[in-house]
Write a protein that binds this ligand. Sequence first.
Ligand SMILES: NC(=O)c1ccc[n+]([C@@H]2O[C@H](COP(=O)([O-])OP(=O)(O)OC[C@H]3O[C@@H](n4cnc5c(N)ncnc54)[C@H](O)[C@@H]3O)[C@@H](O)[C@H]2O)c1
Length: 441
Amino acid sequence: MTTATIPRTRFALVGTGGRSTMYSHALLGTYRDRHDLVALCDANPGRMAFYNREFAAKFQVAPLPCYGPAEFERMISEHRVQCVIVTTTDRTHHEFIIRAMEVGCDVIVEKPLTIDVEKCRAIHEVTRRTGRKLRATFNVRYTPVACRIKELLAEHVVGEVFSVHFEWLLDTRHGADYFRRWHRDMRNSGGLMVHKASHHFDFINWLLDSRPETVFGFGDLRFYGRANAEARGDFRPYVSATGDPAAVGDPYALQLTGRDKEMYHDAAVHDGYRRDQNVFGDGISIPDDMAVIARYRNRATLTYHLTAYSPWEGWRCMINGSKGRLEVVNEEGAFVTGAADPRLDRFGSAMPHQAGAMRRILVRPLWEKPYEVPMPTAEGAHGGGDARMLEDIFVGGGEDPLGRAADHRDGTYAIMMGIAANHSFATGQVVRVDELFAGAF
Ligand SMILES: NC(=O)c1ccc[n+]([C@@H]2O[C@H](COP(=O)([O-])OP(=O)(O)OC[C@H]3O[C@@H](n4cnc5c(N)ncnc54)[C@H](O)[C@@H]3O)[C@@H](O)[C@H]2O)c1
């Protein structure tokens, strides 16, 4: 299937934090001859000013006009914006999707689409009423390894899929990062079951070409948080790490320097947003260990585990079918050390191909010898998914036989499992997804 080529478009970005960099740099750099980035909107003027300085230095462009959230519609009309890219904190995605569509814009929104059923309902209502387009960005679908698995299933190497066993591990650098800032509050992110696992559930939905029907799970905060650290005798008394002597030598402490210090620490005078909080501090309301069991509409079952305090980073996915079994191990980093480590990015994300990391795709047909399928290499951010996704979003026109492009329905299916699991964690009940999302779309 070939997707349409994307016509020249006037984009604005709302939410100029870490993730926005990928879009702004793409629009001002690689795709500058195809599209226009015409304005920025954020609640923090310091962060927008930082980006304008960076854009001038990197791309030799004049400062982009900056707007606060209350001036969002004025920004759209003054700059004849056609498409808004939403990279704000998760709990605000719905607000900017709705406001953009109400004034005639299409929207590209980062995962997760939103964090609860009510906001999801409002997004579907405005999409239906205005007829505007929404693109949900799931970069995992664009990673070479995910595409290879999707192709293998399409080739029926395991026949009809009956069950999936999926484990995702976040190491003590990357995983810890979700406990340092806004994600740590359930009201901002929906917890990792929505914020992080929406990637994973979208991946499974896409592989199975189905959506969840029944969900049950347990989620608990066992590792991070003050009470856990105190019980282990590891509590360190600091609130934010940067510049606090109590944080020195703590491998979990994020000392903001350089670009990140300017973007977050220095900009905190405007809104008090602390990027570098103590992961063993107060105020963490999200689980760090989550176990889920689910059944899909097509009768396939899923067992899923997300651990946010692991010694290594990556995932394992085992797929059982009528003709055999597919086993994938994708270690993105074999280990992390507490010391500054050049193989890690600035927030401690593990780099692919770290020494000793194991990456393997194995097909085990029934009654036959298993065979290995070459593991595709994954250069670039997020397993090589980001660059491929940007090409699809900003150029289009390519082959998309795997159906990687995602809309508001895919965005909804991706958060269903996590929202349902959160309900199950809280109530101890089995959750029927259609009942929970009744009338949402
Ligand atoms: N697909 C991926 O791999 C990936 C990776 C990282 C982040 N993300 C997503 O990108 C989004 C942003 O994450 P981030 O890491 O850049 O966070 P961040 O905290 O660095 O940036 C969020 C920005 O939103 C702004 N903001 C918050 N509330 C606002 C409001 N009401 N109005 C206007 N601006 C507001 C903040 O000031 C900040 O600049 C999140 O939804 C996250 O899930 C996706």
